[in-house]
Ligand binder design. Structure first.
Ligand code: COA
Length: 213
């Protein structure tokens, strides 16, 4: 029998009623970082903007953004524990433009009290299954240097994409100017893209009805 505490965690599509949790778990993380040392990064994330985003669709594939989002629920009573938002080709995305065949992790966050129990990994796995079901072959994300999440991503099979030196300098300068050193002065600078190549999963590409759990 498996002792993995995340085994009983359920993965569901967020309903409108659960959007306040989605906002809370994201803003808790984003507000710990400040643009130009002043403006909390979660400032623009609110229930209205989140609902508008979830109810939008990809301009090219017509898939709904909500079908690319998932909540992890506790087995005792279904309290939400974490959230993942993926973006595919044609979906409006803040810092990245997903290509054809790419699924990008735009947001991943787990409640501080639920961390370290496999919930983040389960949400990442759900995203990979969705990507394969939609016949995508590239799973990507961007992460700030110094974030402890990098260990999780590496264990999950993501590898850092090697940017050329010029791109790295621009990224490091951008993060430094706008966010300072979010993980402390001694942490490495900048941010980078990580990717995982996927074998197409032979899904029907429908995505919307993919089984959760
Ligand atoms: C990153 C995050 C989603 C991981 O979720 P999780 O449920 O704790 O992840 P798992 O339990 O599946 O995996 C644990 C791994 O996550 C990483 N991790 C990152 N921050 C962690 C934390 N505060 N507590 C525990 N693990 C953390 C570690 O690599 C850990 O592995 P380790 O035990 O070998 O150190 C979660 O820590 C979080 O919400 N962090 C804040 C938001 C964030 O940084 N999101 C990623 C933006 S790119």
């Amino acid at each position: 029998m498996s002792n993995d505490p995340s085994d009983d965690v359920q993965i569901v599509t967020p309903t409108d009623k659960q959007v306040p949790f989605v906002v809370q778990v994201q803003t808790d993380f984003l507000n710990s970082k400040h643009c130009c040392c002043l403006i909390p990064l979660g400032l623009g994330v609110n229930v209205k903007s989140q609902l508008k985003m979830l109810n939008s669709t990809s301009k090219t594939t017509k898939k709904s953004v909500r079908s690319y989002a998932a909540l992890a629920l506790d087995s005792d009573g279904g309290a939400p524990l974490g959230f993942i938002q993926l973006k595919g080709h044609g979906m409006v995305c803040d810092l990245h433009t997903p290509k054809v065949g790419e699924v990008y992790v735009e947001s991943l966050a787990v409640l501080p009290t639920a961390r370290g129990k496999g919930v983040g990994r389960k949400l990442l796995q759900w995203g990979e299954d969705l990507a394969k079901f939609d016949n995508c072959n590239l799973y990507t994300l961007e992460v700030l240097n110094g974030n402890a999440a990098i260990r999780l991503y590496e264990r999950f099979g993501f590898v850092a994409k090697s940017d050329d030196a010029c791109e790295w300098c621009i990224g490091a300068a951008f993060v430094c100017c706008f966010m300072g050193r979010p993980y402390g002065c001694l942490s490495p600078m900048g941010a980078y893209t990580m990717e995982k190549r996927l074998e197409a999963g032979g899904g029907d590409g429908g995505g919307e009805g993919m089984e959760r759990g």
